[in-house]
Design a protein around this ligand. Structure first.
Ligand code: ADP
Length: 370
């Protein structure tokens, strides 16, 4: 009865059970243990050591563990990586204890190994979810810190300028100057609010692309028109340098998203260029009866971006720490929004730059021909 109970217990335990003599020779094990070794019956293992089944390094490691248990006369528990029954990666929890005879002499070791892969996976997923939540939380705090700082600067300027306009002591010429500063600060504020709203909308996946037929050349000219005064005020030339004559006249895309991409890239080019030009170049890569693969390049002769910062600038809140970035302000959201929009349109965006010589952003899009 007792033997039967023990046999059933060994077979039912949810792990591998084995016991060995002082030389590491197996004295017995349960059926689950032989199965993991690819054998049929516990009889196949008796008298053999781990060196008969495993690699030398692995068997040596097990031998050292066993010896530790025997010499210290102490139980030992550890987790280890291994291979599952289907040859897949698995995690095991092993517990080893000294094996005593009736006279209390150590005659070997008794081991139990349990597959804990499911638990480990759950732990990994939990850790991943926790890290993700922490990152999201940090991003939110960073966002609030940047936003409040960026909003406060132009707002303070606007209030100060409005106060000065009220004062009777200033000349008409001075008042005109204040009015121009007031308009600039308000536009700057509007730009920031737009960045924030776009970003928030994209983050919540609320932004839906609505493709419609449009003329790309006209759209580019319209955007240039919007930003022309801004470039002129800095003495910069802003022009569409090249537009392929064979580019299909009507394409299909979300016009608002495409305009936003261009406004962000040209706006940055103006912001970070002190002398020279901002050129737009459109190239037709290839066409099929239904699609046109195009490239829109925005190239400036501005302050450039250091090579080690190039892969960072598309990340949210990333601003290259240059004196000009600090003085012109910004949220560090424009390029994150731009990249997301380009990707939503199925395209790619990349940047090349030579520090203090200029920067070139290239947007690759495959657009439907309307
Ligand atoms: P910001 O609101 O700071 O302009 P962006 O996401 O649009 O945020 O740009 C991120 C950073 O990339 C900028 O702060 C600037 O350091 C750098 N950058 C973007 N465009 C240019 C450019 N054309 N020339 C030089 N640096 C640029």
């Amino acid at each position: 009865m007792l033997i039967n109970l023990l046999t059933q217990l060994l077979a039912t335990l949810p792990g591998h059970v084995y016991w060995k003599d002082l030389e590491g020779r197996y004295l017995g094990c349960n059926q689950k243990f032989v199965e993991i070794l690819g054998l049929n019956s516990p009889q196949d293992i008796i008298g053999k050591t781990d060196f008969d089944f495993l690699s030398y390094e692995k068997a040596k490691l097990i031998q050292e563990n066993d010896l530790q248990v025997i010499t210290a006369k102490q139980e030992l528990s550890f987790e280890e990586e291994g291979i599952g029954q289907q040859g897949d990666p698995a995690f095991y929890l092993t517990h080893k204890a000294p094996l005593y005879d009736e006279k209390d002499h150590i005659v070997g070791i008794l081991g139990v190994t349990v597959n804990i892969t499911v638990r480990k996976e759950a732990e990994k997923q939990l850790k991943f979810a926790k890290e993700k939540a922490e990152l999201a939380n940090k991003a939110k705090s960073d966002f609030l810190a940047v936003v409040s700082h960026e909003l406060r600067t132009p707002l303070t300027a606007i209030i100060g300028l409005a106060e000065m306009l009220k004062a009777p002591s200033f000349s008409a010429e001075k008042k005109l100057e204040f009015t121009n500063h007031l308009i600039n600060s308000s536009q700057h504020l509007l730009g920031i609010v737009n960045d924030i709203l776009d970003f928030a909308q994209l983050e919540e996946n609320k932004f839906q692309l609505i493709p419609c037929a449009f003329n790309l050349q006209e759209l580019i000219k319209r955007v240039i028109g919007m930003l022309y005064t801004q470039a002129m005020q800095k003495g910069l030339s802003l022009s569409l340098l090249h537009y392929p004559s064979n580019l299909p006249k009507h394409l299909k895309a979300d016009v608002k998203a495409l305009s936003q991409i261009l406004i962000n890239l040209i706006g940055n080019a103006i912001k970070f260029t002190n002398t020279g030009s901002i050129d737009l170049i459109v190239q037709l890569h290839s066409t099929t009866p239904k699609h046109a693969a195009i490239q829109i390049i925005v190239a400036d002769t501005g302050i450039g971006i250091p090579a080690n910062k190039l892969d960072k600038i598309f990340e949210r809140f990333e601003q290259v720490n240059q004196p000009q970035t600090r003085t012109v302000g910004g949220t560090g959201l424009g390029l994150a929004v731009t990249k997301k929009l380009v990707e939503m349109m199925g395209g790619t965006i990349n940047v090349e730059s030579v520090f203090s010589r200029g920067t070139r952003f290239t947007v690759n899009l495959l657009l439907e021909i309307a």
